[in-house]
Design a protein around this ligand. Structure first.
Ligand code: SF4
Ligand code: SF4
Length: 383
């Protein structure tokens, strides 16, 4: 009897403050808590309640992206640090470990905790349900929409999630629990985002709409509050993010020196962009003329995919780098630095070819000219 009583007392003792203290002890950078009613309007295929009908609270955790992980891309000299520490491994290893630890802590008090591994809702195809009347088996929430409902930050104009400490330099994790917890207030749109437009001006994909474009706003209704952000053209962003934009990718330019693809005016959908970028990043083609016999069409993308399991090429030039600089300078965020992020003018490549490489196979020609000068003489007129 005494044991049961003690367990009941322990279950009741789990509070928002205890979870926040534990999160701090674990090294989680920030945390917000929302009540489940805020997500009543969520579409069924993205609803927390359809994962966990008994959920009473949603917890969002923030892990910062080190500012230094952008340095190599900003210099134009090193890319995969960012993909590793601030994208793929931060999302798949570093942050999930802490989500797991915090879930364990909650469950030690007798409350179920669902650690959520973020997915891409718009990529999940509908599938047959496991039983009649059920929803498809692959529903997934939008992590930033749920996080905004916990008050741990707001969705900035650029659609990137912003936090009071780190601005856009963060990745998010979620836990759903049946513990009823005191919620944090939802932030008003504009609490962190100044609508300065730096993300619009510096986005190399022309994906972020002008801040004063009233028609390009997405509104989200949490019941007690509505918030809004810019309707980003995700096809252009995906093409640029995954390096199909000459202006930000020396790697694409090396493999397709004659290509002049206008991402900035593209109307490609996000899915079309994925279908182009991912297969191309891993594509092989029989005859290449580099020194290590690598047959990858875009050598660096193939390498970085194999090396770190993902490839983030834009380095969020507008929506994170320019945004964090703006928020640091205007002191709208607290995690600031002794030196400014931008120390010189940022580089940008031309979308146009420097010179049109002529002939049927310029790669072969270049290789032969280097290794067998003169051997191609009179050749092309005979092909
Ligand atoms: S740069 Fe950042 S703060 Fe400025 S409008 Fe874009 S999201 Fe808002
Ligand atoms: S990732 Fe690059 S292309 Fe996409 S919105 Fe950010 S700055 Fe623009």
């Amino acid at each position: 009897m005494g044991t049961i009583k003690r367990m009941r007392v322990k279950m009741m003792l789990l509070t928002s403050k205890m979870i926040k203290d534990k999160a701090k002890e674990l090294g989680i950078d920030d945390i917000g808590i929302g009540n489940i009613e805020r997500f009543d309007n969520a579409p069924p295929l993205m609803s927390v309640k359809n994962y966990f009908p008994g959920a009473k609270s949603v917890i969002a955790i923030v892990m910062r992206i080190p500012r230094g992980s952008y340095r190599g891309i900003e210099e134009g000299t090193h890319w995969h640090n960012y993909t590793f520490y601030s994208y793929n491994r931060l999302n798949t290893t570093i942050r999930p470990r802490l989500t797991y630890e915090l879930s364990r802590f909650i469950e030690d008090f007798g409350w179920e905790a669902v650690p959520h591994y973020p997915g891409v809702p718009e990529r999940n195809p509908a599938m047959e349900p496991v039983a009649p009347g059920k929803l498809p088996p692959n529903i997934v929430t939008s992590i930033r929409l749920v996080a905004a409902g916990t008050g741990v930050g707001e969705i900035g104009h650029s659609k990137v999630f912003l936090n009071k400490k780190f601005g856009p330099r963060l990745r998010l994790g979620l836990i759903f629990t049946d513990a009823k917890l005191k919620p944090d207030p939802i932030l008003e749109t504009g609490t962190i985002c100044s609508h300065c437009g730096a993300c619009v001006r510096k986005c190399p994909g022309n994906a972020v709409p002008p801040v004063n474009d009233k028609l390009s706003k997405v509104e989200i209704d949490y019941g007690e509050k509505k918030v809004y952000y810019g309707n980003v053209q995700m096809g252009r962003c995906t093409l640029t993010h995954h390096g199909f934009n000459n202006e930000i990718s020396p790697f694409l330019k090396k493999s397709f020196p004659n290509m002049e693809f206008e991402v900035k005016n593209s109307n490609m959908s996000e899915e079309e962009a994925y279908r182009l970028c991912y297969p191309m990043a891993q594509a092989q083609w029989g005859a290449t003329f580099n020194d290590n016999n690598n047959k990858s069409v875009i050598e660096y993308y193939d390498y970085v995919m194999k090396h770190v399991g993902y490839f983030a090429v834009c380095g969020a030039k507008g929506c994170i780098r320019a945004c964090m600089d703006s928020l640091e300078n205007s002191k709208r965020i607290t995690n600031t630095f002794k030196n400014p992020f931008y120390r010189k003018k940022s580089w940008v490549l031309s979308n146009k070819p420097e010179e049109i490489a002529e002939g049927i196979n310029p790669f072969r020609n270049e290789w032969l000219d280097k290794n067998y000068p003169g051997i191609r003489e009179n050749e092309e007129k005979n092909i």
